[in-house]
Design a protein around this ligand. Structure first.
Ligand code: G3P
Length: 225
């Protein structure tokens, strides 16, 4: 089922050991607990091999980190949308800065996700690519300046003009597309600043995954909204 509620927190598990295998499950359970305790919508984006396990164990949406622009058939080593869906993914990140795609391929995966009733989250790196992504009609565009990813310096404070500019450009092209922002987000103040700039949630990773107590970090993240 598609994600419809905001504010939304999507935790991208990336390939940290702290969010792999058994630890991925623990992290997903922490997300679920915080969602239940606070009423803030949370989603997990684990590695492909963890999608099935997590989707069996938690009720929050589980997203793929990437789907390949391929159809069924001979494509060894690819992540097929149909397979991710059967494994329990209800959506996918697309074009993350760490997994960039060509424009036509982004369009193909957004279209496939829409046809499969899966949530599409297209990641972008600046205002221009945010506008281009909005024209493809995904559910969400997530603006993440690459230089701030993993830096601990929050985009919502370091580059507020990119978030505000992306929100304006996206809404101008397609008001139905919702906007997230990410990169360096970790605290309640960072998230509040992101929402104040017009974003409807955050896409984040290291600030939670590498925190000594991820559940506590998540509670802090949503403490000011
Ligand atoms: O997809 C989330 C992301 O790239 C931001 O990473 O570690 O800066 O929260 P991080």
């Amino acid at each position: 089922m598609k994600i419809t509620q905001t504010p939304l927190v999507i935790l991208n598990f990336k390939t940290y050991l702290e969010s792999t295998g058994e630890k991925a499950l623990q992290l997903a359970m922490a997300l679920e607990q915080v969602a239940e305790e606070t009423g803030v919508n949370m989603a997990a984006a684990p590695q492909g091999a963890d999608i099935w396990r997590l989707s069996q164990e938690v009720e929050i949406p589980v997203l793929a980190q990437h789907i390949d622009p391929v159809d069924v058939g001979g494509h060894t080593g690819s992540m097929l949308l149909e397979c991710a869906k059967e494994a329990g993914a209800s959506g996918t990140l697309i074009n993350h800065s760490e997994r960039r795609m060509q424009l036509a391929d982004i369009d193909l995966v957004v279209s496939k996700a829409t046809a499969a009733d899966m949530t599409s989250v297209v990641c972008t790196n600046n205002i221009q690519t945010s506008a281009a992504a909005a024209a493809l009609g995904p559910d969400f565009v997530a603006i993440e300046p690459p230089e701030l990813i993993g830096s601990g310096i929050p985009v919502s404070k370091a580059e507020p003009e990119i978030v505000e500019g992306s929100v304006a450009a996206i809404k101008d092209i397609n008001p139905a597309v919702r906007v997230l922002c990410g990169a360096g987000i970790s605290t309640g103040e960072d998230m509040k600043a992101a929402l104040d700039l017009g974003s409807e949630g955050v896409l984040l990773a290291s600030g939670i995954i590498l925190a000594p107590d991820p559940k506590k970090a998540l509670l802090d993240l949503v403490s000011k909204i």
